[in-house]
Design a protein around this ligand. Sequence first.
Ligand SMILES: [Cu+2]
Length: 306
Amino acid sequence: MRSGRWSLPEAARKAAAFGIKIAGYPAAFFNSLMLGNAFAEAPMGHPVPDEIGFQDAVTPIAEEIHHFHDWLVLPIIIGICIFVAVLLLICIFKFNEKANPTPSRTTHNSFLEVAWTILPVLILVVIAIPSFRLLTHQLVIPASDMTVKVTGKQWYWSYSYPPDQGGGFEFDSAIKADADLKPEEGDIRQLSVDNEAVVPVGKTIRVQVTADDVIHSFVIQAFGIRIDAVPGRLNETWFKAEREGMYYGQCSKLCGRDHAYMPIAFRVVSPEAYATWLADAKKKYASNSTEPLHLAGNETAESIRK
Ligand SMILES: [Cu+2]
């Protein structure tokens, strides 16, 4: 036996490596289902290469979304796929021309027809009940501890902290250029921004979302929030981040040339760190004060600024 007998050609080795990688996906997925976040050191808050599934949930809503997907919708989908595949295989092997030369002339079966109408309806009802419950939790905003106003612009975000909560300033948050990235400080290409929004941990945050120019969409996966930013309309959502960390999202509505380059970055910190940040930010962004403008006659906010 020659020693080189088992060496595979390059292509075959690559194919094998790819196969192992693909096989790892379901394993990693079920691992994440079984272990949850029990062994995770800190939530990631951003996408990671070679991973599938959701980013770690850090709000009750995100957890509810993941639970709804992992334990209700996904098992139903898998069940239906297996059922249809089995039916197909039965047709292919049992009713082909060779195995079944004289086919049955049956055209109706009342029991089957009622069953394949009623069963899908029942499946939809089973999905609808927890789905509407989840929607209600998302849409009915609980008593909030603070408000942040988010404005989508071509192509960056502005965050406004209202005066009655120690804020009274507004600032722009734009993507960091590749040349300015400091990976040693945790910067991530295409996600890190110059000015992050900061919120305290464990507090219910009401988020008011609007846009200045075209429709954008404000999404943070780890928070389980997704809401359109529409010019002339104030949309509202909420989140309660339960773990400190840095969480990223992206504009999710095609909004023009740099749609892919307007990331969202929220840093969740302790209440003490938040108080410090708020005091610093008030000085840093002092020139962007958000005192209400007093409009008279046919003046507009724009004409006053000019
Ligand atoms: Cu956008």
